[in-house]
Design a protein around this ligand. Structure first.
Ligand SMILES: CC(C)(COP(=O)(O)OP(=O)(O)OC[C@H]1O[C@@H](n2cnc3c(N)ncnc32)[C@H](O)[C@@H]1OP(=O)(O)O)[C@@H](O)C(=O)NCCC(=O)NCCS
Length: 172
């Protein structure tokens, strides 16, 4: 069985991050609000600053999944507003050649653990309604739909469903 390694990305990883993110936008354009055309035009400095966690106003967890040193998956946890006690998941993507082997689940588990460490109450995300594999994965981890459907992006006929996971309080 393949052994995947999950680790946080840092500024030095900007080109790996860029490559993965652009691959994901090319591979799965209907899964993300952003687009390949938009992010392809980002400068080196923009990619570096996305990973410059020390200078970011919000707590963030950019994760990469690796197989034998090769990057095969990506996901971000982000805390927009400490007051709403909710971490948000973005940019979740696993390379097609390793899907169905638990990488998506590993990325989710790491973001859930991080959210628990931050003492948050919820983890939330938005998933395109036609993306049955992703919906199935999130449901398996206890995410439930909440709120109204939203457009994937301006002008898109696709809708995303917000989903939320209630974190369990861990007894001290
Ligand atoms: C959604 C995605 C991240 C899941 O990653 P993954 O590594 O394949 O997920 P896992 O292997 O952990 O799958 C866990 C469960 O999800 C379902 N699943 C996910 N992807 C699947 C696939 N390609 N084929 C079949 N089942 C799949 C299965 O129910 C699986 O449960 P099982 O192992 O009990 O059968 C991946 O399919 C992907 O990158 N899709 C394109 C981008 C995307 O949709 N991102 C989500 C944006 S919200």
């Amino acid at each position: 069985m393949s052994s995947f390694n999950i680790r946080a990305l840092n500024k030095d990883d900007w080109s790996t991050y860029r490559e993965l993110r652009l691959l994901s936008l090319q591979d799965s354009p209907d899964s993300f609000g952003s687009s390949y055309e938009k992010e392809f035009s980002f400068s080196r400095d923009e990619w570096v600053s996305r990973l410059d966690l020390d200078n970011m106003a919000k707590p963030a967890l950019p994760l990469v999944a690796e197989l034998n040193g090769v990057a095969v998956g990506l996901a971000w946890g982000l805390l927009h507003n400490p007051q709403d006690k909710t971490a948000h998941i973005y940019q979740m993507w696993v390379s097609p050649n390793v899907r169905g082997q638990g990488v998506g689940g590993l990325l989710l588990k790491n973001i859930i653990a991080w959210s628990n460490e931050l003492n948050l109450d919820y983890v939330s995300l938005a998933v395109t309604t036609i993306n049955k594999n992703a919906v199935k994965l999130y449901e398996a981890y206890g995410f439930e739909p909440y709120g109204a459907l939203e457009a994937l992006r301006e002008g898109s006929a696709l809708s995303v469903q917000p989903m939320k996971l209630k974190l369990c309080a861990i007894a001290a």
